[in-house]
Design a binder for this molecule. Structure first.
Ligand SMILES: Nc1nc2c(c(=O)[nH]1)N[C@H]1C(S)=C(S)[C@@H](COP(=O)(O)O)O[C@H]1N2
Ligand SMILES: [Mo]
Length: 203
């Protein structure tokens, strides 16, 4: 479902997933799941770097990034530790709207997402260009607080939530799929909750 209200586009992807994925239970709680320290970020100093296999590497400041088209996305959120939230309304910049600014090289098929604090996670460009992937600065009508990834976090509704990186500050376009922080410790490279791709300790 896609509605345009004034200058704000609304996408409801929550209804695309009719039930919580296998092995998950629904909760209204919103636990904070952070490895390591929680960074405090001043938006005046905030920078977002786009680099790697791309013809026009760039750095955007807060104003430049948040003046891109804003969209509200209703989506579900699935932590690999088995809790799921449904129907949250995130607001921010769609990955696809950021993509209109950049020219990845044809061989760029994967992206390493970088964060303040050093956390990373890898995603296929095909996954990131799904219509409901966004960089969110608001959640359910208020600014995202720093525990939940403020000022800006990635939200990838169709992957386990460890791929929804908090405090994002960069995208690195890559030709081969390279494990991020949790993926290099046995978490699945894809992490699709509908397929229960939680861990992959086979190799
Ligand atoms: N930078 C960063 N992003 C992160 C994490 C983290 O430790 N650092 N934890 C991930 C995990 S495992 C989950 S479940 C979600 C949790 O988001 P929340 O703390 O807002 O609930 O953030 C993900 N993004
Ligand atoms: Mo998680």
């Amino acid at each position: 479902m896609l509605r345009k209200i004034g200058n704000l586009i609304k996408i409801n992807s929550s209804t695309e997933e009719l039930q919580v994925p296998p092995g998950q239970y629904e909760t209204d709680k919103f636990p904070v799941m952070t490895f390591g320290n929680t960074p405090s970020i001043d938006v005046h100093l905030w920078e977002f770097n786009i680099f790697g296999l791309i013809d026009n590497p760039m750095t955007l400041n807060w104003k430049q990034f948040t003046s891109l088209q804003n969209t509200k996305v209703t989506a579900d959120f699935h932590c690999v530790t088995q809790w799921s939230r449904t129907g949250d309304e995130w607001e921010g910049i769609l990955f696809n709207d950021l993509m209109t600014l950049i020219q990845p090289r044809p061989e760029a098929r994967f992206v390493m997402v970088h964060c303040y604090g050093g956390y990373t996670t890898n995603l296929g460009l095909d996954v990131l260009t799904d219509r409901n992937v966004l960089f969110a600065h608001r959640l359910n009508g208020t600014q995202i607080n720093k525990d939940h990834g403020g000022p800006l976090r990635l939200v990838v509704p169709k992957r386990y939530a460890w791929k929804s990186a908090k405090w994002v500050n960069g995208l690195e376009f890559m030709g081969t799929d390279t494990p991020g922080f949790w993926e290099s410790q046995g978490y699945h490279m894809e992490g699709n909750p509908l397929l229960e791709q939680r861990f992959d300790f086979n190799d």
